[in-house]
Design a protein around this ligand. Structure first.
Ligand SMILES: [Zn+2]
Length: 163
């Protein structure tokens, strides 16, 4: 192999490897490419996939009031602004507004409460309550810290992963 074709080959491989490590894509069905969601810890999976609830007053974001955006732990979709976060004293991060179309509301299996999920990936976030009079919007999205991730103001948000 002469030097020129050797360097072309090396260049090709390097470009391919960079591409491969940057994209977390995989083939999920033949001919259909889909992205892998963020890897979850067992605790996150219990809440996000199996709809468990973290113990109150234990979550990373329960008592946390920095400026920024809360995104979905699993797919990076922006869900709540820190501006809508308030102290409800309930032991979980509470928000009185989500970004438009960011969350979907589903009747909980208990038939009483309203479950909230990430619209993009269906991750379980928590429950929504109305009429408590805690803020002017009269809504409380009660969210597990394990379901969300905080991105400080000014930091670029990661790309949303479409499953
Ligand atoms: Zn999501």
């Amino acid at each position: 192999m002469d030097l020129i074709s050797y360097s072309i080959e090396v260049k090709y491989m390097t470009t391919y490897e960079i591409y491969d490590s940057r994209e977390t894509s995989k083939m999920c069905e033949e001919g259909v490419e889909c992205m892998s969601y963020n890897k979850l810890t067992p605790e996150q999976e219990r809440v996000i996939v199996h709809k468990a609830t973290e113990a109150p007053f234990t979550g990373e974001y329960d008592n946390f009031y920095e400026d920024g955006t809360f995104i979905c732990q699993r797919c990076n979709a922006p869900l709540f602004s820190s501006k809508s976060k308030f102290n409800a004293g309930c032991g979980w991060p509470s928000f009185d507004e989500s970004f438009p179309n960011a969350i979907k509301r589903v009747l909980d299996p208990d038939g009483i409460r309203t479950e909230i999920e990430c619209t993009n990936c269906g991750a379980h976030l928590g429950h929504e309550f109305h009429g408590e009079g805690l803020t002017n919007k009269n809504t409380r999205d009660c969210v597990n810290s394990l379901s969300i991730r905080f991105m400080p103001k000014g930091k670029e948000l990661p790309k949303i992963i479409h499953g």
